[in-house]
Design a protein around this ligand. Sequence first.
Ligand code: HEC
Ligand code: HEC
Ligand code: HEC
Ligand code: HEC
Ligand code: HEC
Length: 399
Amino acid sequence: MLVLMAIVVASSQQPQKWTEQAQLDFLKRHWQVPIPRQGQSPANFSALEASLDPASCGACHLAQFEDWKTTIHSRSVGPGLLGQMPGLLHNDPETAVMCYCCHAPLTEQQEVSPTGSELKKNPRFDASLQRQGLTCAGCHVRNYQRFGPPRRDGSLESAIPRDQAPHGGATRTPAFERAEFCMGCHQFEEGDRALNGKLLENTYNEWKNSPYAAQGIACQKCHMPDRRHLWRGIHDPEMVKRGVTVELRTNQPQYAVGERLEATLTLTNSGVGHYFPTYVTPKVIVQIELLDASGRPIAGSVQQESVGREVALDLSEEIYDTRIPPKGTHTMTYIRSIDQPGVRLRAVVEVYPDEFYRRFYEAMLAGSLPMKQKQLIRQALAEAKRSAYKIFEKEIRLS
Ligand code: HEC
Ligand code: HEC
Ligand code: HEC
Ligand code: HEC
Ligand code: HEC
């Protein structure tokens, strides 16, 4: 018995060999959700080391904390989620827990938790931790142990002996550098909700079928450059401009009255590692119109197309899917006869990151809701409307 224990202790201190299978097995254990309660904090931990609050991690890992605070992961328990929760917790607590699995995955963040085969009021519920959404601990801490990527030189050993390092050091694994690390929350599983034969969330599969997967460019390369905790996406104009190239062309440089204008506006998914956009929630509007000599829009000259995957509010059907696959293009062609002098052409590409939610919140507000929920959903609606921005705007003189 004693001999056996000695062997176990010795082998657990050996640096582990992380074969691909060992990494995938690790991720399966790591992403059991809801993430089991951390248990008893080790006796030698200070209050700071035992705290799950991101600000406590920030006392020593300031750079990650400063970045994380600016991200959507830190706001994943916002008014849109909170406004739906009271109803869900009351009528359908299983679904509420399912939502938390992605939005606030620690058991300590959830009002109810599985006890045996039932959901019961959670005595460890921490409301302040819940409001912080996807926290450091959600990705890095299991049973009070820290897990993280290999050191930057690729090594797995720690600089400080474990018994002297804060929080007992960390277990390092290349699994943190894999796309599969992000998959649990950004990819539905086979058998989950699909429309028109495509899963409602399919980001990992889109990436897997793209040239990026073949080149070993994982999600982290683009979304955590130099390991920074940034996770910029559709809500960030600069990120979108880095991934999408827009080109406006006309068939002639100048036009006389009566001549035929043929313009094309082309969006190329030049640097997005999956479809642009990947989710059903954003919508991109591509628009061309003509302006008269005094700069006013010419009536009837507007032409618009949408890039996105629009689904019905109750998720019962897909209305269209015009998203652009990696390295693919979307071209809008605009043909008009020029019928007055001094005409200008104006082209705009505008992104509405939360278009589905805008419609969804408006429908919620049209029904009846308790006052407190109504206020939250109103706030979520205002945020959804505010998030629109232009990535391209150009005027050209045609005559
Ligand atoms: C008292 C300071 C302190 C606190 C508080 C702290 N850490 Fe650390 N952490 C360290 C030090 C020092 C290391 C490097 C240890 C080593 O090399 O073994 C480290 C290592 C890590 C690592 C491994 C990656 C790396 O940079 O070496 C991760 C991941 C990590 N900590 C996450 C966390 C999280 C998450 C929290 C909050 C829940 C936290 N830490 C709180 C000091 C701290
Ligand atoms: C598989 C992971 C996953 C699950 C489960 C999940 N979400 Fe989300 N949720 C996301 C992701 C990723 C986004 C951001 C992308 C998007 O808009 O689709 C998001 C966005 C949202 C937003 C808009 C942004 C915001 O915070 O206001 C709301 C509201 C929301 N989810 C509510 C819910 C509710 C309610 C449930 C349960 C019925 C749920 N989610 C279940 C992953 C998930
Ligand atoms: C969505 C999951 C997620 C969250 C939330 C998260 N991290 Fe990380 N963290 C990662 C991943 C993935 C890596 C490795 C990135 C890579 O290798 O490119 C990492 C790397 C690190 C490292 C090593 C950095 C280095 O330069 O070697 C530290 C330290 C760390 N995280 C601390 C934190 C702290 C502190 C917080 C909260 C303020 C936090 N993380 C939140 C996923 C996360
Ligand atoms: C525990 C679940 C979880 C994990 C793991 C996770 N995410 Fe997220 N992520 C979310 C949720 C939930 C949202 C949406 C939050 C919201 O809008 O309320 C989100 C949002 C994002 C966004 C912002 C999209 C936008 O609308 O601009 C990006 C980018 C992103 N995640 C990338 C990643 C990457 C890369 C990884 C892996 C390193 C990762 N995520 C791991 C749950 C997760
Ligand atoms: C080659 C770079 C690259 C790779 C690899 C990549 N992304 Fe992205 N991602 C982007 C860019 C650029 C955007 C902004 C444009 C957009 O929203 O599609 C984005 C947007 C997002 C968004 C915002 C939501 C939306 O509707 O577009 C999420 C979530 C996301 N990525 C998750 C992931 C995950 C998860 C992976 C890995 C499976 C991944 N990304 C791989 C570049 C990349």
